[in-house]
Design a protein around this ligand. Structure first.
Ligand SMILES: *Cc1c(COP(=O)(O)O)cnc(C)c1O
Length: 443
């Protein structure tokens, strides 16, 4: 009897026994079981601090991949989840609805670009992208133009890991050759080459226009991450690029899908990155920070033009319906998280973080092995000239008491918006200290 694990999971484990179990059974993102890198067990998290099972504390610079904008264990989000869990944690969405989903949809329509009026809920960012792609294809089918079924995407883009989403990710970093017989062949344009503040030149959009003019007859939509290309390279590009892209999509009768799964909810200094260019996409994908990092949920919004088209088309309905669609628990926390964000002077707060990151990271500019330091909103990026040795650099950051997970040449942070000035100082000082050591980089 004493050997039976408790139903409530309060069996005592050490950090070592957890990581041992993990190594034996659990896949991690983009990971190998052979030669597995070190892994760290987290016991709890509060504010901007992760507490490891072995007692060490780490300041989180990643917001758990863009999600935990209000920090961990936030009392308001916890209260929303607890209130909802005592009513119902889930109910199917076919033929049923509930207050959290209905209210959340209304709020999202209110705060996103004005043309967007309908909300499709799903369970993860990749699925929100799949939904967006299917909406675009079904729309053109309803317009008696079924040949318009391909996507045009930007190189260095990232849109998720499912097969459809992968087909519009950067072909090189997305390793398209591995999956070439399973992936739809899409069209690609060069990644935007200018930085956020670079003075505009017409040539920056030349290849984009070229691709549209060659392929518009078979294109359902352009898909892009507005202003910030995230996991595909942490690149920032000028708002004028986005304005021009919108204009060209209209001109060539191609829909525009904005993937704001990473940029949404204030991260770039605007509530949604499309606002930098005052652009209205036909379809918008949200995820990550939607629930403040408490739970998995995503949403795909579209304009009346798209929803009317689809609903008047051959199928008469939109052909998608996830099991956990509109999950009440996730919707209730998303509602609380979004209201919490809007209740605060979040713009000044993002500017504060931006100042701290820009100043704090500027010493890295003097390192000969640093390619570029760039900051936008609450995002700070140090691009190295060589890829980092992930295991070594991770350990060095942990010694400094911070959690930062670089990829390739990119060492970057997007802290929770509640991070204090002192904590931001600790975070950037750790980066300045660790990045000074050239032995952490592959040559
Ligand atoms: C993370 C991300 C996705 C995929 O979201 P998941 O929830 O990981 O499936 C899609 N697009 C962008 C821009 C992202 O940053």
């Amino acid at each position: 009897m004493s050997d039976t694990p408790s139903i409530l999971g309060d069996t005592k484990h050490t950090a070592e026994s957890i990581t041992e179990l993990d190594r034996q059974y659990v896949w991690h993102p983009y990971a190998s079981f052979i030669d597995a890198p070190p892994i760290y067990a987290v016991e709890s998290a509060s504010g901007c601090t992760l507490t490891l099972t072995d007692g060490r504390q780490l300041l989180d610079g990643m917001s758990s991949w863009w999600c935990t904008i209000h920090g961990y264990n936030h009392p308001t989000l916890n209260a929303a989840a607890k209130q909802q869990i005592d009513k119902m944690s889930h109910v199917m969405f076919g033929g049923l609805t509930h207050q959290p989903a209905a209210e959340l949809a209304q709020l999202l329509v209110e705060i996103t670009p004005p043309n967007l009026s309908k909300v499709f809920f799903s369970d993860s960012g990749s699925v929100a992208v799949e939904v967006a792609m299917k909406m675009a294809v079904q729309y053109w089918h309803s317009q008696a133009q079924p040949h318009k079924n391909k996507l045009l995407s930007l190189r260095s883009g990232y849109h998720g890991d499912t097969i459809g989403a992968m087909s519009v990710c950067d072909p090189v970093t997305g390793m398209h050759h591995l999956f070439k017989d399973s992936l739809t062949q899409q069209h690609f344009t060069e990644a935007p080459i200018a930085g956020f503040d670079t003075p505009w030149k017409a040539e920056y959009i030349q290849d984009f226009e070229q691709q549209l003019s060659s392929h518009h007859h078979e294109l359902a939509a352009v898909i892009l991450e507005p202003i910030v290309q995230g996991a595909g390279g942490m690149r920032f590009y000028p708002p004028e690029y986005l304005r021009q892209a919108r204009k060209l999509c209209d001109q060539y009768k191609v829909l525009l899908i904005a993937d704001e799964i990473a940029t949404g909810f204030g991260r770039t200094g605007k509530l949604f990155a499309c606002e930098h260019a005052d652009v209205e996409p036909d379809i918008l994908c949200l995820g990550k920070a939607l629930t403040g990092g408490t739970m998995t949920m995503a949403a795909t919004l579209c304009s009346d033009k798209i929803s009317d088209g689809i609903c008047r088309g051959e199928a008469g309905v939109f052909m998608h319906g996830p099991t956990f669609m509109g999950n009440p628990l996730a919707a209730a926390t998303a509602l609380a998280s979004t209201r919490l964000l809007l209740s605060d002077d979040w713009q000044s707060n993002i500017q504060r973080i931006h100042r701290q990151l820009s100043e704090g990271l500027s010493p890295c500019k003097d390192y000969s092995h640093v390619q570029e330091v760039r900051c936008l909103g609450a995002i700070g990026v140090v691009e190295m000239q060589q890829p980092v040795d992930m295991a070594k650099i991770q350990e060095a950051f942990i010694k400094q008491g911070v959690w930062i997970r670089p990829f390739g040449k990119l060492v970057y942070v997007m802290p929770p918006y509640v991070m204090s000035d002192d904590e931001l100082k600790q975070l950037t000082q750790a980066m300045v200290a660790v990045l000074a050591d050239e032995s952490l980089f592959q040559s």
